[in-house]
Design a protein around this ligand. Structure first.
Ligand code: ADP
Ligand code: MG
Length: 582
């Protein structure tokens, strides 16, 4: 490890030289309370910024019981990353100085969800933060003084404010906290230290994580697939913002579906428990059906305090199904829904480069089953109608033998009874689903009502068919070398020249998850694929590795496609299946 003085000397030597001379700075430097690691220097001022790691020696900051269980550690990492953002904002004097990305200092952006990320990593004795620094230049000439200001001024100050315990309090000034419907009710949440300190912030994050974990575990014990706490705020500010809508109608459970859980920190909490089986969310247009479903989709992740959905918790394996015209399908058994196509294509081993609405939604369904999802979430707004239902009159006009599609409605019951897979379905227009539902909710002016009894009166029996558990995905995946991975925005991963379109995976909630998928794809195709295992076996193997060894274990050191955040097996499988060269 080199000293600070050596870093200063190097900087002086390369000042005013060509940009490439910055490369000599790669290495590790001793900064007393932390180690500065310059892992990767950008090639020119316009390239993605340089990768810098700060390894802070954690002696007193974080109690051991905060990091020795996974859910707490992730909450602590998330809280530290958000603190780092605030400190960077407070210490930076506006960023850009010079050409390209000169002088930009950033850390992985965060949203409303709490995800394990490469950007912040905590272990027993150390805290590791990964940040991006645009090494400054004028044109392509090194501006060493400007970099010195960052490395010897901005960064040490940021580190002190972020990790410096009590002394870090200034970092919080000007931080306005949003009031949550659940906030401040319980005296138990008052932390051990003064408000606004690092200690208190971590304590609160850990308590919230414990409570969320408790609900998640409790779901399984109680035969529930989701919990929506009374007082939750489900709608979002706008179509482009995930912040809570102000003055929203807060959620309240209908009486018969209400359950009360005894959370370890907050104590008793009442809310709606959605039972296993088939749940239909009915109601008129614009009454809040899709909003409830969207909250359930995202309930596979934990949310930050003040989000409004921090106590909306869904079975972690829940998968949102939708139509996705144009996607590719590789040797997949969709015969459960589709047989006897006019082309005589084999639907037990179906492949296409250009799926229709119904074939794509069939593939999405069996892939979810292959990924081990035990809850399917469906909104009629984004489904292929002919995949979902076929009414009486149409069945009379076009006989069953002439219709290749067995609609989802005929399978939904046996999916539950034979495979234990529950469904939550938004259906405002088709009454047919009422006949197969165990629970019917009606959204009425944003208020949930239990209308199961009334719906049962209206219902008549419907033909049921078997769902057999089988090998859905038949294509063995060959090993492949990937030279370069990139991401474009949230929804496209590219492996060398081939793009994977992730636009319709609605449970990808963060661009860092897209980056993670890029790295995981490369890792899986290069190191796990062997020409025998299929996509779901590979996705399972990758998910187990991530769970055991963390997100860093599959992220390359220069994280060229950006910082990464945790993804589930479901999204890994979905990404593999959408890769056209699989
Ligand atoms: P639906 O799917 O039933 O047609 P949506 O869920 O799309 O209805 O909701 C319609 C509109 O109402 C959206 O703009 C949404 O943000 C708003 N909204 C939903 N729930 C609430 C609520 N609890 N309070 C206030 N506005 C809401
Ligand atoms: Mg809707």
């Amino acid at each position: 490890m080199r000293t600070q003085q050596e870093l200063r000397d190097q900087l002086r030597k390369i000042d005013r030289k060509g940009y490439k001379a910055y490369k000599v700075l790669e290495g590790e430097y001793d900064f007393g309370t932390y180690r500065l690691c310059i892992d990767h220097v950008q090639g020119d001022p316009f390239a993605t910024p340089s990768r810098v790691r700060i390894v802070y020696f954690n002696r007193t900051t974080i109690p051991e019981e905060y990091i020795n269980v996974r859910h707490r550690r992730i909450a602590v990492e998330d809280a530290l990353l958000r603190r780092l953002h605030r400190s960077l904002r407070a210490c930076s004097d506006g960023g850009r100085k010079g050409s390209g990305k000169s002088g930009l200092v950033t850390a992985c952006r965060t949203g409303q969800e709490i995800l394990e990320r490469t950007a912040m990593h905590v272990e027993k004795d150390l805290i590791e933060a990964r940040i991006e620094v645009g090494f400054p230049a004028f044109g392509r000439t090194i501006a060493a003084d400007a970099l010195a200001d960052i490395l010897f001024g901005l960064l040490p100050e940021t580190v002190r404010r972020t990790f410096g315990g009590q002394r870090g309090r200034e970092a919080l000034s000007g931080d306005t906290e949003r009031k949550s419907a659940h906030d401040a009710k319980s005296g138990k949440m008052a932390g051990p230290a003064k408000k606004g300190t690092l200690e208190e912030e971590l304590y609160r994050a850990v308590c919230l994580a414990d409570d969320q974990k408790y609900i998640r575990d409790e779901l399984k014990r109680c035969g529930l697939i989701a919990f929506v706490a009374d007082g939750s705020v489900l709608p979002r500010e706008s179509g482009v913002s995930q912040r809570p809508l102000e003055n929203a109608v807060v959620f309240e459970s209908p009486g018969r579906l209400a359950v009360t859980m005894q959370l370890p920190h907050r104590g008793a909490m009442r809310g709606m428990g959605i039972r296993q089986g088939i749940t239909v969310i009915a109601g008129g247009g614009f009454h809040g059906k899709s909003t409830l479903l969207k909250a359930l989709e995202r309930g596979v992740y934990n949310h930050i305090a003040g989000d409004g959905r921090e106590f909306v918790i869904t079975d972690e394996s829940a998968f949102k199904l939708r139509a996705e015209e144009g996607r590719c399908i590789h040797e997949t058994d969709i015969s459960m829904f589709i047989r006897n196509l006019p082309t005589r294509a084999d639907t037990e081993r179906f492949s296409t480069e250009n799926a229709s609405g119904s074939t794509s939604q069939s593939a999405n369904t069996v892939e979810a089953l292959a990924a081990g999802s035990s809850v399917l979430l469906i909104d009629e707004d984004t489904s292929a109608t002919n995949f979902m239902i076929r009414d009486e009159r149409m069945a009379q006009l076009v006989s069953d033998e002439k219709e290749p599609i067995t609609p989802f409605i005929r399978k939904v019951r046996s999916l539950y009874e034979k495979l234990g897979v529950s469904t939550v379905l938004v259906a405002g227009s088709s009454g047919d689903f009422l006949t197969v539902a165990d629970t019917v909710l009606q959204m009425d002016c944003y208020t949930a009502r239990d209308v199961t009894e009334r719906a049962k009166e209206l219902a008549a029996d419907l033909i049921q068919e078997k769902a057999e558990k089988k090998e859905w995905l038949k294509k063995p995946v060959a090993k492949r070398r990937i030279e370069k991975v990139r991401v474009h925005g949230w929804d496209t991963v590219s492996l060398d020249r081939t793009e994977i379109d992730l636009r319709y995976l609605e449970q990808i909630v963060d661009e860092s998850q897209t980056a993670a998928l890029a790295y995981i794809m490369q890792y899986v195709l290069e190191r796990m694929a062997d020409g025998r295992k299929n996509a779901s076996e590979l996705a399972g193997e990758a998910a187990r590795k991530l769970e055991k060894e963390g997100i860093l274990s599959m992220t390359p050191k220069n994280y060229g496609a950006g910082p990464a955040a945790m993804v589930r097996k479901q999204e890994i499988l979905a990404c593999l299946c959408r890769y056209r060269l699989l």
